[in-house]
Design a protein around this ligand. Structure first.
Ligand code: FES
Ligand SMILES: [Fe+2]
Length: 356
């Protein structure tokens, strides 16, 4: 397995290239949006591990390795039957622990096969499915990233899916280096960043930039700035970006918060979810409105920043996929870096992957 390869590489003194680092398995990863797992099993891949997600009759989410113990085909081709998942091939049914629970053609003198596939700790929280690929006994002791804005009535969410053919390090470095605002100039995301402070420990790196924002959410019509450039005006705002391993969080002033929830697939593929929250906190009388009305506003404005967010993602993915290709073609070529935040980010990735 990849994690073993990393350990043996460090035992022999070789240093794994940052673009080939494994992951820390003792963390919670986002493997799907809640809405992506409905009445059918769903196949996902988390760092080379094929996993099937399915809901039981009460809607509770379960995760098993995506492999029927009978003939090793993918369980995700099958169906959900009550609390069990039924393989498409011969119809064996497995329970949430990965044990064979029912086989229709069992002869009278036959017992159920004593086979078990791996099940994973899995949780559904804040609109996403989170999975813990490491030692299951550590799952409950390990925090998963909280997104309090997801349920809060004062925040409007937009989600953009990132599917990129790159190692996760290219994506994280893109998100931590705010000097790449240059790339998004036409979308007016932020301007003139200057790295101010850098804080790091063994779990996270936070870079604070002083920057300029185009958006200010302080009038009832402010949200229309997301659609009309002419309503935007530059003003200074602190721009904080944090790599809270393995995910990313950013705030731009008081009005915007963005999360990037990461699912590393392989050395050359990453899936991630970018979640943008527009805050309505500036409207201090909001709490006087009836909850049903606030919920209606929250739900009907869901996706308000979709065009902006998808545009940012498209531009970023093009760049980081080119970086990946360049690395694959010539891994020896030296790159030059001016942003000291990236050194800290790479250090954190390495220590999490190798010692986590
Ligand atoms: S391969 Fe799954 S039931 Fe036979
Ligand atoms: Fe970007």
């Amino acid at each position: 397995m990849q994690d073993k390869a990393i350990k043996s590489a460090s035992a022999t003194g070789q240093k794994t290239h940052i673009r080939e680092l494994s992951i820390n398995f003792e963390q919670w990863y986002t493997v799907a949006r809640s809405t992506e797992v409905q009445s059918q099993p769903r196949a996902v891949i988390l760092w080379h591990r094929a996993i099937v997600l399915f809901r039981d009759s009460a809607g509770k989410i379960n995760a098993l390795e995506d492999r029927c113990p009978h003939r090793q085909v993918k369980l995700s081709h099958g169906k959900i039957k009550g609390d069990l998942i039924e393989c498409a091939y011969h119809g064996w049914r497995l329970n949430a622990s990965g044990e064979c629970a029912e086989v229709d053609y069992l002869a009278e003198n036959q017992k159920l096969p004593n086979c078990k596939i791996r099940s994973y700790p899995v949780k559904e929280q804040n609109g996403f499915i989170w999975l813990f690929p490491g030692d299951a006994t550590q799952a409950e002791k390990t925090n998963l990233l909280d997104l309090p804005e997801w349920e809060h009535l004062n925040y409007i969410a937009t989600v953009s899916v990132i599917d990129c053919q790159t190692h996760y390090s290219f994506l994280i470095e893109n998100l931590m280096d705010m000097y790449h605002g240059h790339l998004h100039e036409d979308l007016q995301a932020w301007a003139n960043p200057v790295l101010d402070t850098l804080a790091e420990d063994e779990h996270q790196v936070t870079a604070r930039y002083q920057a300029q924002s185009y958006y200010k959410i302080d009038k009832i019509w402010s949200i229309s700035q997301l659609f009309f450039k002419s309503l935007r005006k530059l003003h200074p705002e602190p721009l904080d970006v944090s790599y809270v391993y393995p995910h990313w969080v950013s705030t731009l002033g008081n009005d915007f918060k963005i999360y990037c929830l990461v699912c590393p697939v392989s050395e050359t593929a990453t899936r991630a979810y970018l979640i943008h929250f527009t805050s309505l906190n500036a409207f201090w009388r909001l709490h006087k409105l009836p909850v049903w009305f606030r919920k209606f506003i929250k739900d009907s404005c869901f996706g308000a920043a979709q065009k902006l967010l998808d545009g940012l993602v498209r531009q970023d993915v093009l760049m980081i996929e080119e970086e990946q290709q360049a690395f694959l073609q010539n891994s020896e070529r030296k790159s030059y870096e001016l942003n000291r935040a990236l050194g800290s980010v790479q250090k954190l990735m390495r220590s999490q992957a190798e010692n986590g």
